[in-house]
Design a protein around this ligand. Structure first.
Ligand SMILES: NC(=O)c1ccc[n+]([C@@H]2O[C@H](COP(=O)([O-])OP(=O)(O)OC[C@H]3O[C@@H](n4cnc5c(N)ncnc54)[C@H](O)[C@@H]3O)[C@@H](O)[C@H]2O)c1
Length: 353
């Protein structure tokens, strides 16, 4: 079996999931890492048994033993790094969101076309077992035509601080960070219809709530509580060309009694909740049925999701799989996210066509 040489660019928090999944994959050789933080780069390469910790990006991209890379850096460098890797002849798995802006996403899509290399967008939740099971029910017609979806990802004390709260590096707050997951899941299950309009509101009322000590929170690798110029709540209605609608609500900080994750799709023959746990609803003989699939993880499981995502990327690069999260999907999601920010800034509905 031919083994795929892998490099990882950006070795902060989420890179651990990539490195761990690659290290456990027998079709892979972990050949190189690069990070602007040289100490972190060396330490991570050692922890995961990577062949080389490169001193520069150019070094890593020039390594002929690296066939493909994961880009796990701050959002502001996704486009520059993905394009450079594609132009160096590497296949690319880029973390979500594809980029900070629509223009950056278009530049990546152009580079994919130009180079003929593969790019997979890190929509890891598409690779959760619960999503894969539901997708097979959707594709099999159990839900009929999906005409409405609800995408909710609410954290009450959930601003990770540091670059996530610095719009110059992140491109935005909870919308582009965690809203993107639930928006994408709904849109994927709906069959990726073209979005036509967005009407949205964003708020920045509570900031990062660094003052709260009663609850623990996830903190980014280089935590800095003084940064906070992103929205703390975003809500939107997206319309699609097939008449379908999607309601989105996402926050880092809101006075809610608990965090809330909800992904639900509604069709003319059935419906389903993917999160907080997979349940499918349909109707037979004038009777409503709740179907409870029997699988190990009814909610998204991080280990399983990243293992599946990485295994799929490896198989794709080896020519053994079809694309599940192509660059065009990342670009369309960026168009919707850009529409949300534009609509909120203008205070009115905007057209995406
Ligand atoms: N799929 C998921 O569920 C998930 C979860 C968390 C984060 N992410 C995404 O992963 C990416 C990284 O997030 P994180 O939480 O690991 O952040 P992080 O800050 O912990 O790690 C990012 C690393 O990238 C390095 N870096 C920044 N710019 C660089 C550049 N130009 N070249 C090389 N290295 C650079 C930093 O030094 C840092 O070590 C983000 O795009 C984020 O949205 C995805």
């Amino acid at each position: 079996m031919s083994r795929l040489g892998i490099g990882v660019i950006g070795v902060g928090s989420i890179a651990d999931m990539h490195l761990g999944a690659y290290a456990a994959n027998p079709a892979v050789r972990l050949m190189g890492t690069y990070d602007i933080d040289a100490d972190r780069n060396r330490a991570k390469a050692e922890t995961f048994g990577v062949a080389r910790a490169h001193d520069t990006l150019e070094d890593l991209l020039a390594d002929p033993e690296i066939d493909a890379v994961s880009v796990c850096t701050w959002n502001n460098s996704h486009a520059e790094l993905a394009v450079a890797a594609l132009e160096a002849g590497k296949h690319v798995l880029v973390e979500k969101p594809l980029s900070r802006t629509v223009a950056e996403a278009e530049a990546i899509a152009d580079a994919v076309r130009r180079t003929g290399r593969l790019l997979q967008v890190g929509f890891v939740r598409r690779f959760g077992a619960n999503t894969q099971v539901l997708k097979s029910f959707v594709d099999g017609g159990t839900l009929g035509e999906i005409y409405h979806a609800r995408a909710t990802n609410i954290r009450r004390i959930g601003n990770p601080g540091g670059w996530f709260a610095d719009s110059a590096r992140s491109g935005g707050g909870p919308l582009i960070d965690i809203g993107v997951h639930v928006l994408d899941l709904c849109w994927y299950l709906m069959g990726t219809p073209r979005a036509t309009t967005v009407s949205a509101v964003t708020h920045n009322r509570l900031g990062n709530r660094a003052n709260v000590t009663s609850l623990s929170r996830y903190k980014v690798a280089d935590y800095d509580p003084t940064l906070s110029d992103v929205e703390d709540l975003a809500t939107a209605l997206v319309r699609f060309e097939n008449g379908a609608s999607l309601l989105l609500e996402t926050s880092y900080s809101v006075h809610a009694p608990e965090d809330r994750l909800e992904v639900a799709v509604f069709g003319d023959r059935g419906g389903a909740e993917l999160e907080p746990r997979l349940r499918i609803v349909t109707e037979q003989h004038d009777t409503v049925l709740n179907i409870d699939p029997q699988i190990d993880h009814l909610s998204f499981d991080f280990e399983e999701g990243f293992a599946n995502e990485v295994a799929h990327f490896v198989a794709l690069c080896l020519g053994e799989a079809e694309e599940v999260a192509p660059v065009g999907h990342g670009l369309e999601v960026m168009r919707m996210l850009g529409g949300v920010y534009e609509s909120a800034a203008l205070g009115r509905e905007v057209s995406l066509t």
